[in-house]
Design a protein around this ligand. Sequence first.
Ligand SMILES: NC(=O)c1ccc[n+]([C@@H]2O[C@H](COP(=O)([O-])OP(=O)(O)OC[C@H]3O[C@@H](n4cnc5c(N)ncnc54)[C@H](O)[C@@H]3O)[C@@H](O)[C@H]2O)c1
Length: 262
Amino acid sequence: MGLLDHPFDPSHEAALITGAGNGIGRAIAQALVGEGVRTVFADVNPETVTAAIKASARPDLAAPWVGDLADAAARERLLAEATGTLGTITHFVHSASPPRREADHALGVTTEVWARMHAVNLEAGFHLSRELARKLIAAKQPGSFLLLTSLHAGTPRNLPHYSTSKAGLAMLVKELAKTFGRFGIRVNALVPGAIAAGGFVADPALARHIPLGRLGEANDLAPLALAVLSNRVSAYVTGAAIVIDGGLSLTNWFAPPDLGDL
Ligand SMILES: NC(=O)c1ccc[n+]([C@@H]2O[C@H](COP(=O)([O-])OP(=O)(O)OC[C@H]3O[C@@H](n4cnc5c(N)ncnc54)[C@H](O)[C@@H]3O)[C@@H](O)[C@H]2O)c1
C-alpha cells in the first residue's frame, strides 16, 4: 500500500462539514464522500446542499442538514441530528461563513452584521468543535478538525467583523489543539488565499500579485484539506496553519526580481 492510499477508514470514520453547500466546504465534503467517508453536508441554504450532494461522487454516503449556525439552538440540533445519522463524528470541517460585503467596512458594518459574522465563524466553530470533542473523548476515539481561517486573520481586509472573527478562529485552533492533543484529537487551520469560490468575488487582475499566476479554485484546496484531515497522512500535525494561496502572502512592496530574458 502506498503512503497516500486509503487516507481514511470509512468503517470507523465519519465527517461533518459546515458550509458544504458552496465553495470550499462543498469541494471538501464532495471529496470526502469520494473517499468513501459518510458525511453530513450542513449549510443554511437548502437548494445548494441538495445540489452539492447530487453532484458528489457518492450521494448515498451524504446526508443533508439545513439550518442557521448563527443560532445556538440550531447548532444543538445539528449536533443531535448529525450524531443520529453518523454515530461518532471523527472529522469536522468548519467552512461556513456569511457573505463578505465591501460596504461593511469599519464605518459601515452594523451591529447585527458584526454579530452574525462572529456567531457563525467563531462561536459556531468553538461550540461545534468542543461538543464533538467531548463525544470523542467519551468514546476514546481520535479525531481531526479543520477550521477555515484566512490570510485576513493577520492582515486587514477592510471588513473588521470578518478579519477579527478569523483572527479569533486562528487562536481558537491553537487553544483547541493544545487542549485536545492528549486525546488524539488534532485541530488545524486551513488558510486559503484568493479562491474564486463564491464567497469571494475576485478581480482577475489580482492574479498579477500571485507568484503561481492565477486565482485559486475550491478544488485546489480539497486534496490538501483531505491530507490534513487524514489521521494516516497527518498523524503528527496539530495546531498548524496551513497556507494554500499560490504564494499570494509573499507579495509585499518589493516586486519579484527582473530576471532579464529568462
Ligand atoms: N474564497 C476565498 O478566497 C477564501 C479566502 C480565505 C478564507 N476563506 C474561508 O473559507 C470558507 C469558505 O469560503 P467560500 O469562499 O467557499 O465561501 P462561500 O460563501 O462560497 O461558502 C460559505 C457557505 O457557508 C454557508 N453559510 C453562510 N452562513 C451560514 C450560516 N449562518 N449557517 C450555515 N451555513 C452558512 C453559505 O450558505 C455558503 O454555502 C469561509 O470560512 C471563508 O471565510 C475563503
